[in-house]
Ligand binder design. Structure first.
Ligand code: THU
Length: 132
């Protein structure tokens, strides 16, 4: 299996675990960190709707908890009819742990589309803007 095939099958496995009874929209994420360890996430909704958590946020939390510090590749799958790219908040969350070489991969209908962070969040805010 190639790395991308592994990430895809892991993301699909994560997507099956999604708790999304309100939107019925399942999202799964598999990300690879700087040590080639893989971390998974799925969306977890809540009856108080804004309290739901996106799949990307869950995968990033799992990476940090396991000691990973950097996202080399992040692959996202969802149950919708259209290709889904990360929401605005998740773009900012991914940015915190990526650089221009980070691959943001969306698999939809067996087609892989690749974006860079700059494709998804140009002119964005990051730690370089903060006073030291
Ligand atoms: N969702 C994600 O998990 N990631 C995204 O990037 C887009 C949206 C989830 C949040 C919510 O549980 C459902 O998809 C519908 O918005």
């Amino acid at each position: 299996m190639t790395t991308l095939q592994t990430l895809k099958s892991q993301a699909q496995k994560a997507m099956k675990k999604a708790y999304a009874p309100y939107s019925n929209f399942n999202v799964g994420v598999a990300l690879m960190d700087e040590n080639n360890n893989i971390h998974l996430g799925c969306n977890v909704e809540n009856s108080a709707y804004p309290e739901g958590v996106c799949a990307e946020a869950g995968a990033i939390s799992n990476m940090i908890l396991s000691g990973g510090k950097f996202i080399k590749k992040i692959l996202i799958v969802s149950s919708g009819k259209q290709m889904v790219t990360p929401c605005g908040g998740c773009r900012q969350k991914i940015k915190e742990f990526s650089d221009e070489n980070t691959q943001i991969l969306i698999d939809h209908n067996n087609e892989m589309t690749q974006f860079s962070m700059n494709d998804l969040l140009p002119h964005s805010f990051d730690k370089t803007h903060l006073p030291r």
